[in-house]
Write a protein that binds this ligand. Structure first.
Ligand SMILES: Cc1ncc(COP(=O)(O)O)c(C=O)c1O
Length: 532
């Protein structure tokens, strides 16, 4: 390594002097090319400083070669993890820099003492029965807002479809095609029942929630929006509920507006929304039911009431990605026109999501993608289209995935969504209290007296979220750092990135305590490193 004040590795500037701790070099780095979207995505930040751990004896790939910021950022932590852990284990170092107290695991909190929902479901999630290879720490999965784990029943439903029923749907007279079609359509009924739709014809299978939003944007949006019309979103939207509206507004000449947060930053400012609606130009309100960062829950009834009063022609799209998996959602009582959700966040597989829309609105929407399945009659010059939902499901669908999503709905229904919601409320309280009890930790979103989802985005004073999550991972705790696909929200909060812990039915209060201990250890580690 060079002895100058810094070294440059591709887009990454590693600042000197690195500190050697055990057999790990600890160094600060920043990214030169702020327009490198890939790097930003990994770093979850715009040009902020971060720190990286990497082995003192670099692996054969070496640190001196030209590496892109992405390669460096992606590769270094995993090298660091492997080496640092291996070193600690090999030396039998009893005081590893990040420890997880076995005492915390053994101690039963008041909530854990009774048989909890997590106790009941845990055997269904065998993936959680693993220790991390080098540290031997038991995996604590707190990243379910990104993607949930899948119970055995869902994995089996997926496998059983391919083992016993696999054939294309809707197109065959043979036995297997009939079986596959029946199972696929039965899954649609299960999803419809799960959200209390009036009919299974109101459920359109999509690849994920993003595709469902794009479907509405490019069908209803393109057909109904024009100059003078307004689409209103909020500053906390996931990019999937923002970028499609940016694109469609640009295409149609409609105006995209957004509302901010309340002064306590615990949720969308509904007074501001009301004022925008009063101006009379809003044709669509598109917003999240539960924020994937703040964990706040939208007062949907109030939004629907305001829309009815001030903007009666406005439609409402609810991004229900973070609500459908966690609470009872009854589309008939929400008062909205569409909801979208992703299967992979609700115990289902990836590659499947759904759009619910009222029959009236779905029937009014033109097709989006053309192909098989979505047609009625095709002539050389023109075609007529199938009624919904087939109109919006061009080509061979994700059959096995839809069936497995149906199994996920069965699974959650059997647990009882009221019970899921109540249990997660408890977890949400544990998470909030545990994080707030640690000095230097800021938790974003509503305070203790408002409803909170069982997730918490947080920052530690003077530490970058990537570093925090990297060290938490070394303690076996899987969390996520970055902007969580909400860059505008992070700018609004004036932070580059946040760390996020998100729990689900299989997590326990004891695991939340493990997170808190690991976080305390992480903070202590950085204090020692910085000579504080
Ligand atoms: C609130 C919210 N909306 C939309 C999405 C996009 O979901 P998907 O990537 O499955 O389309 C997510 C995923 O994190 C989300 O949390």
């Amino acid at each position: 390594m060079s002895h100058s004040s810094h070294i440059i590795l591709g887009d990454v500037v590693v600042l000197r002097p690195p500190t050697r701790v055990e057999n790990v070099i600890y160094s600060a780095f920043t990214v030169r090319d702020l327009d490198n979207a890939d790097a930003r995505d990994v770093l979850g930040t715009r040009g902020s400083f971060s720190r990286l751990l990497f082995p003192a004896s670099p692996p054969s790939r070496g640190l001196g070669g030209a590496m892109s910021a992405l390669a460096f950022a992606a590769a270094a932590p995993s090298h660091a993890r492997g080496s640092a852990r291996a070193n600690r284990v090999a030396r039998g170092n009893p005081a590893s820099v990040v420890t997880t107290s076995t005492r915390a695991r053994a101690s039963a909190s008041p909530v854990a003492a009774a048989t909890t929902l997590a106790d009941e479901v845990r055997p269904d999630f065998t993936i959680l029965e693993q220790d991390l290879p080098d540290s031997g720490k038991r995996l604590v999965y707190l990243d379910s807002a990104a993607s949930s784990q899948k119970p055995s029943a869902v994995i089996d439903a997926h496998g059983d479809y391919y083992r016993h029923d696999n054939a294309n749907v809707h197109r065959g007279v043979h036995y297997l095609s009939g079986k596959a079609t029946d199972a696929y359509e039965a899954a649609r009924v299960k999803v419809a029942n799960f959200v209390n739709a009036r009919s299974d014809r109101e459920i359109v299978f999509t690849r994920n929630a993003s595709e469902a939003i794009n479907l509405v944007a490019y069908t209803w949006g393109v057909a109904n929006l024009g100059p003078g019309d307004e689409v209103v979103v909020s500053v906390l939207e996931h990019h999937s509920n923002l970028v499609p509206w940016q694109l469609v507004c640009a295409q149609t000449g409609a105006t995209l507006r957004h509302v901010g947060l309340r002064s306590d930053r615990g949720g969308i400012d509904l007074n501001e929304l009301e004022n925008v609606l009063k101006e009379g130009n809003v044709k669509l309100i598109a917003t999240a039911h539960v924020s994937n960062v703040l964990g706040c829950e939208l007062d949907v009834a109030r939004v629907a009431e305001m829309a009815k009063k001030h903007a009666p022609r406005a439609k409402i799209l609810l991004d229900a990605c973070q609500s459908v998996p966690h609470m009872p959602v009854d589309v008939q009582s929400l008062g909205v026109d569409w909801i979208v959700a992703s299967g992979h966040k609700m115990c289902g597989p990836t590659g499947i999501g759904f759009l619910w829309g009222t029959s009236e609105v779905l029937e009014s929407m033109p097709p989006w993608m053309g192909g098989g399945e979505m047609i009625q009659d095709v002539f050389m010059e023109r075609s007529t289209y199938a009624p919904p939902p087939a109109r919006f499901e061009a080509g061979t669908p994700a059959i096995g995935e839809a069936i497995a999503l149906g199994a996920a709905c069965d699974y959650l229904t059997n647990l009882g969504m009221d019970r899921v919601y109540a249990y997660e409320n408890e977890l949400a309280g544990c998470l909030y209290d545990a994080l707030c009890s640690i000095n230097g930790v800021t938790v974003y979103g509503p305070g203790p007296n408002a409803p909170r989802a069982s997730l918490a985005a947080f920052n530690v004073e003077n530490l970058h979220a990537n570093d925090v999550c990297t060290l938490l991972d070394q303690a076996g705790v899987a969390t996520r750092s970055g902007h969580h696909c909400t860059q505008p929200l992070h700018r609004y909060l004036d932070v580059n990135a946040t760390a996020r812990a998100s729990a689900y039915i299989y997590n326990t209060p004891t695991e939340v305590e493990t997170l808190a201990e690991a976080l305390r250890d992480t903070i202590q580690f950085f204090k020692e490193i910085n000579g504080a």
